[in-house]
Write a new protein. Structure first.
Length: 128
């Protein structure tokens, strides 16, 4: 079976605070997806030593931080699978990270059967 990959990307850099940071991400025709993942670019001096609290459309996700706590300077992607049933045309991703964490990107990578690969960008929130 041939799969197409659609990457919906918010490119920015936001220093996480005590409150969750919210990101809107659009998905064209979510009912046609075969599978999807949330991928977050994360940077933190001292490593990621506390779990990220992540919600997509109100559904709490478990994000495996792997060995991110072992780095003196962590910079890389962290991801989690998404349940297709929770995805909408406009999705709200809320991330609460420990103090000193910079969120460098948030993406929903989706796969559709039999479609060409078409990257789509979401609107980047300004001034947050």
């Amino acid at each position: 079976m041939k799969f197409a990959i659609t990457v919906l990307l918010l490119a920015f850099s936001i220093l996480a605070a005590a409150e969750p940071v919210s990101f809107p991400i659009a998905i064209e025709d979510p009912g046609t997806l075969e599978r999807a993942r949330l991928v977050m670019g994360i940077h933190r001096g001292g490593g990621v030593t506390e779990a990220l609290v992540v919600e997509v459309n109100g559904k709490v996700l478990t994000v495996d931080t792997g060995d991110a706590s072992e780095f003196s300077e962590f910079f890389g992607p962290l991801d989690a699978p998404l349940l297709l049933a929770i995805l909408k045309e406009i999705n709200t991703v809320e991330i609460q990270a420990q103090k000193g964490t910079t969120i460098t990107s948030v993406q929903i990578v989706s796969h559709r059967a039999g479609s060409p690969v078409v990257p789509q960008e979401s609107e980047v929130p300004r001034g947050k």
